[in-house]
Design a protein around this ligand. Structure first.
Ligand code: PLP
Length: 427
């Protein structure tokens, strides 16, 4: 198989054969497939086999692969220049489109990844408050920069290394960790260290340990506490941003953070991230304020064009309704198929992102996630990929539905999942 040959060549040249750890399939076993192209809801591997894609590049491809409007925008931008290294019009248009859906944002700074966005948000918070501690939640992932690799989710969780070697203890010591959804723990940490806490950073729907919903009152409680203690509240909406028609989880919850981190969808599949917030907070940043941040490719014209085209299509008539319908179909029918097979499965959902847990109830924190039967996931993954459906190669990642997934495609996935679940029964 060409895929196997490529992987062996890759292993000779790239660490672990990959450029991002979860792609290595260590969480499910086996060798990763190499893919050649994507079209709508499908991926095609280098051996010509097609798969329905429920990873969607880990979230950015909300319109599916190679949407014609996005491709056209990128091609047109590339003909003008792949990188201007100067301000350009699409940066402004993208920022306006983001602000339209995120009233908490007066000013935006675009960067090249979600990790850069959260790194910048934390630095702004430290600069604005003159404090050094940051409080995060176990199982939340905010990118791979030092102070966030503490009790992290996503690949760090998949590999059982939520705390990374190479992060100096002094740096990790500036990060406090509480269980997700545990307001009492947060109150206790504030009672002890509140005057030193620059910010609380949270995924308002935690999408890096499957998908865990915020308990009622949790986000509101964080808002009250941070406001009372002079800390900033950072919502990391790199996954949740633009998953719902309102814009993000903050609008849905009715909670206004001080800073918002975005990424994925706003780059339409090109490298992007962004941090935004109220004017007085954002103006801490250089060149207005003293908090430094910069990037050679920040606001890159291809990424801006792809993001702008993605948001335009996303906000055209009926797209969100369709996304919601398809995601509900997958959620309900997968749950039904598992029930029929006698397999415990709970499926959480925020807009068109889902979390699959082999448990009777949806977990509310990392301990709950770990208590689920994640040992069943590798067999599910391999059963599905064998039948032409690509789910994330880790039990701790979310499942993404795009606007290109039609009813028939999802029906086929669910029918095949029924067979796979039947094989899992009793495992
Ligand atoms: N924040 C969240 C919530 C994420 O899910 C991710 C990546 O998956 C990041 C930050 C980091 O984004 P990136 O991989 O673009 O650096």
């Amino acid at each position: 198989m060409k895929s196997t040959q490529l992987f062996h060549r890759a292993e000779e040249n790239l660490v672990g054969g990959v450029n991002s750890p979860v792609r290595a399939w260590k969480g499910v076993g086996g060798e990763p497939l190499f893919f050649a192209r994507g079209e709508g809801p499908s991926l095609e591997d280098v051996d010509g086999k097609r798969y329905t894609d429920y990873v969607c590049s880990w979230g950015p491809l909300i319109l599916g692969h190679a949407h014609p409007k996005v491709v056209e925008a990128v091609q047109a931008a590339a003909e003008r220049s792949t990188s201007l290294g100067t301000p350009c019009e699409d940066e402004v248009i993208l920022a306006e489109a983001v602000k339209e859906r995120f009233p908490s944002i007066d000013l935006l700074r675009c960067v090249s990844s979600g990790a850069e966005a959260t790194m910048t948000a934390v630095r702004i918070a430290r600069g604005a408050t003159g404090r050094k501690l940051v409080l995060k939640f176990a199982g939340c992932y905010h990118g791979h920069h030092d102070c966030m690799l503490v009790n992290a989710g996503s690949g760090a969780l998949t590999f059982g290394s939520p705390d990374s070697p190479g992060v100096p203890p002094e740096v990790a010591g500036c990060t406090l960790v509480a269980p997700y959804n545990d307001l009492e723990q947060v109150q206790a940490l504030f009672a002890e260290r509140g005057d030193d806490i620059a910010a609380v950073i949270v995924e308002p729907w935690a999408g890096n340990m499957g998908l865990v919903a915020p308990r009622e009152g949790f986000l509101e409680g964080l808002r009250e506490l941070t406001a009372a203690r002079g800390s900033l509240l950072i919502f990391d909406e790199v996954i949740s941003g633009f998953r719902v028609p309102e814009g993000g989880a903050q609008q849905r919850a009715g909670v206004t953070p001080d800073l918002t981190c975005l990424g994925k969808i706003i780059g339409g599949g090109l490298p992007v991230g962004a941090v935004g917030g109220a004017q007085e907070v954002m103006e801490q940043l250089s060149p207005v304020g003293g908090v430094y941040q910069a990037g050679t490719l920040s606001g890159n014209p291809l990424a801006m064009a792809a993001g702008r085209a993605t948001l335009e299509v996303l906000h055209s008539e009926g797209v969100y309704d369709m996304l919601e319908e398809r995601a509900v179909q997958l959620q309900e029918d997968l749950s039904g198929a598992a029930r029929k097979a006698g397999v415990p499965l709970s499926v959480s959902r925020f807009g068109s992102v889902l979390g699959l847990f082999f448990s009777h109830r949806a977990p509310e924190d990392l301990d709950g996630v770990k208590a689920s039967r994640s040992d069943l996931y590798p067999a599910f993954f391999h059963g599905m990929i064998g039948r032409g459906h690509y789910f994330a190669p880790s039990p701790f990642e979310a499942t993404f539905v795009s606007a290109a997934h039609d009813e028939k495609t999802i029906r086929r996935t669910v029918a095949d999942a029924g067979e796979v679940f039947a094989g899992l029964k009793g495992a």
